[in-house]
Design a protein around this ligand. Structure first.
Ligand SMILES: Cc1cc2nc3c(=O)[nH]c(=O)nc-3n(C[C@H](O)[C@H](O)[C@H](O)COP(=O)(O)OP(=O)(O)OC[C@H]3O[C@@H](n4cnc5c(N)ncnc54)[C@H](O)[C@@H]3O)c2cc1C
Length: 587
């Protein structure tokens, strides 16, 4: 079975033809980032993904991580692959040159997360967390802390983690019990039990820099009393720093990624940012991490799609409904069957739209930082805030669906280990849970983003979509795109009004509608993405089979996927009562 091959052409299509790589160079500080340079980065990342990460994915899953005598060992080859990655300078792709980074746009990080996750998600998690730690230190650390930790994190000599979760405390971080007492020289002694720490211990780097949420002695209860600390595994004198690896989790998937329980036993740490402001600093990590997880979804769905399409062209069973397509063979390839196509087209329809929406959000992060126009910066930041929960949840739900569909295309040969499809199902499942479960993303959308500044974030999406529909509505050639998209948009607006009206009086109504609303939003955004792609490809479809296929995929999405928005609106407006009718004790 073929292993993952980075989809260079599809990535280039979005970068050059839909986004316009030239727009990056228009941002101050990125003048040097020409379309050729972007292409060079795509090629180099694709080689890293295909040649270094992907070959270790299956073997790494089989071998898994080991915990013996207090030490964690990663699968054979992971340490060398990680070194290749670090020596390539990829850890500091979007970091300022003063810390040893390449100062390239954030958009390129999105491509990196997509390709490396598609190739080998277990291994890609280590750099993903390190980048989160770098981001938190850059934005919230003092100059001393930055100088102490950033250079070796950026070079990849050391790796980073994010230590939030405790045995009794997952989603509700207000329950964190870890504490920090004042120690000598302005340092703190951090004590507590953290679990589920990705890359919490390993043999890829000599030191690990933990970012830990804990409470100061006088801290208020709840999330307002949390502070963030940087706590290294190794102390300044080269000895242990009171961070003990208690064990590694035995997980459903991601066997190559060590998920650790760590005991902080008076470990020396330093405060990052102001006391009691740890959540703000942690959100810097989490928001970036949520978009990285969305990219994990895109990468995993791509891997699933590639495997399923290759198998469907090869595997022969039965005949096409209208009779043999390849009568000289004993049976037709299963790709002739409409039900197999339904699953393959579903994956393609997700991937094309998701890639455009996630890359646009990547560019918006750059624009929010660098656009010379303050209004454009604010608009870009608003779009990032709005799209982050939507993309995290939708891309990971669809990644799991894609992996599951790929397994179905393989039939029993997907359920056994040999073809690596069941691994994708196992690996994809966690993306719906970590970095805030997808249910929590939906609550963020409805509870925080929707009402922000009387709907300002929503208007950033609604107004341009409205203008787009007016523009294409006049074009008879665009009718098959405009009509279903307009219907979905109307449903989204009605759902938004319904929720806004009800949730004020009863928050249960907003919470009950949240997941359906997030999906309705995502599908409408995806419909808009496909409409833009199809219109862009129309002039070249006659001469470019790839563009003709893009238009066909857009039509599939409009006809077969977007109608789900009608069911979602009905479910939303049915309200909370059907969910809440049975008492908790009888559920
Ligand atoms: C492989 C793996 C890697 C991880 N890596 C890290 C890491 O590096 N660092 C780290 O700190 N953590 C990490 N985690 C922890 C992960 O982020 C948590 O598992 C996740 O946030 C959910 O917390 P929980 O498991 O305690 O579930 P709970 O919080 O107990 O939630 C259980 C269920 O209740 C729902 N729920 C909870 N509260 C609400 C609410 N208010 N409204 C609606 N529904 C709610 C949830 O959506 C979920 O379905 C990792 C976990 C795994 C399995």
């Amino acid at each position: 079975m073929p292993v993952y091959a980075a989809p260079r052409e599809d990535i280039r299509f979005v970068l050059h033809r839909m986004i316009g790589a030239g727009r990056i160079a228009a941002l101050p500080g990125h003048e040097e980032v020409s379309p050729d340079l972007v292409d060079g980065v795509v090629d180099a990342l694709a080689r890293l993904a295909d040649d270094v990460f992907a070959p270790l994915d299956g073997p790494g899953d089989l071998e898994g991580c080991r915990f013996e005598n207090g030490r964690v060992t990663t699968p054979a080859g992971f340490a060398a692959a990680y070194r290749t990655y670090a020596e390539g300078g990829w850890n500091g792709l979007d970091v300022e040159a003063e810390w040893g980074g390449q100062a390239l746009p954030h958009l390129l990080m999105s491509l990196m997360h997509e390709m490396l996750s598609g190739a080998n998600m277990a291994l890609s998690i280590v750099p993903g967390l390190t980048q989160g730690a770098i981001r938190a230190l850059r934005q919230h650390g003092s100059e001393d802390l930055k100088a102490a930790w950033l250079p070796k994190l950026v070079s990849g000599e050391w790796t980073g983690t994010m230590c939030l979760t405790e045995p009794h405390c997952g989603t509700d971080l207000g329950l964190v019990r870890s504490r920090a007492e004042p120690a000598a020289d302005g340092a703190w002694a951090v004590t507590g039990q953290k679990i589920f720490v990705s890359a919490g211990d390993h043999d890829l780097a000599p030191n690990i820099v933990h970012l830990v949420l804990a409470r100061l002695p006088d801290a208020p209860t709840g999330t307002r009393g949390l502070s963030l600390f940087v706590v290294p595994k190794i102390a300044a004198d080269g000895g242990p720093n009171g961070v003990r690896t208690v064990g590694i989790e035995h997980k459903m998937g991601l066997h190559g990624s060590p998920t650790c329980a760590l005991a902080f036993e008076g470990a020396t740490g330093w405060l990052v940012g102001a006391p009691h402001r740890g959540m703000a600093a942690m959100f810097t990590m989490m928001n970036a991490a949520r978009l990285s997880v969305a990219m994990q979804g895109v990468g995993l769905a791509e891997a699933a799609c590639q495997k399923a399409a290759a198998y469907a062209r090869e595997r022969r069973q039965g005949r096409a409904p209208r009779g043999a397509v390849e009568p000289e063979a004993a049976a037709d390839p299963i790709v002739v069957h409409p039900d197999v196509r339904r699953q393959l087209m579903g994956m393609r329809a997700f991937l094309g739209a998701a890639r455009l929406l996630t890359y646009e959000t990547g560019l918006d992060i750059d624009r929010a930082e660098r656009d010379p126009d303050p209004a454009a910066r604010e608009a870009a930041a608003d779009r990032v805030a709005l799209m982050t929960p939507i993309l995290k949840a939708w891309c990971t739900d669809e990644a799991f669906a894609a992996a599951n569909a790929a397994l179905q295309v393989f039939g029993g040969h997907g359920y056994i280990r040999d073809n690596g499809v069941e691994r994708l199902v196992r690996d994809a499942r966690i993306t719906q849970i970590y970095e805030g479960t997808n249910g929590v993303q939906a609550l963020d959308l409805v509870g925080r983003k929707m009402g922000q500044d009387t709907g300002r974030l929503l208007r950033r999406f609604f107004h341009p979509l409205d203008a787009f529909l007016r523009e294409i509505g006049a074009d008879p050639a665009a009718r098959d795109l405009a009509a279903p998209l307009a219907k979905a948009f109307d449903r989204l607006q009605r759902a938004s009004l319904w929720i806004a009206g009800r949730a004020l009086a009863d928050p249960t109504e907003g919470a009950a509608a949240a997941s359906d609303y997030l999906r309705l939003f995502a599908l409408t955004a995806a419909g808009w993405a496909w409409a833009r792609i199809a219109l862009h490809c129309a002039p070249t479809a006659a001469t470019s089979p790839a563009d003709a296929d893009r238009i066909a995929t857009a039509r599939f999405f409009m006809a077969k996927v977007l109608p789900e928005t009608g069911a979602l609106l009905s479910a939303i407006t049915a309200g909370a009562a059907p969910l809440m009718a049975i008492p908790a004790t009888r559920l």
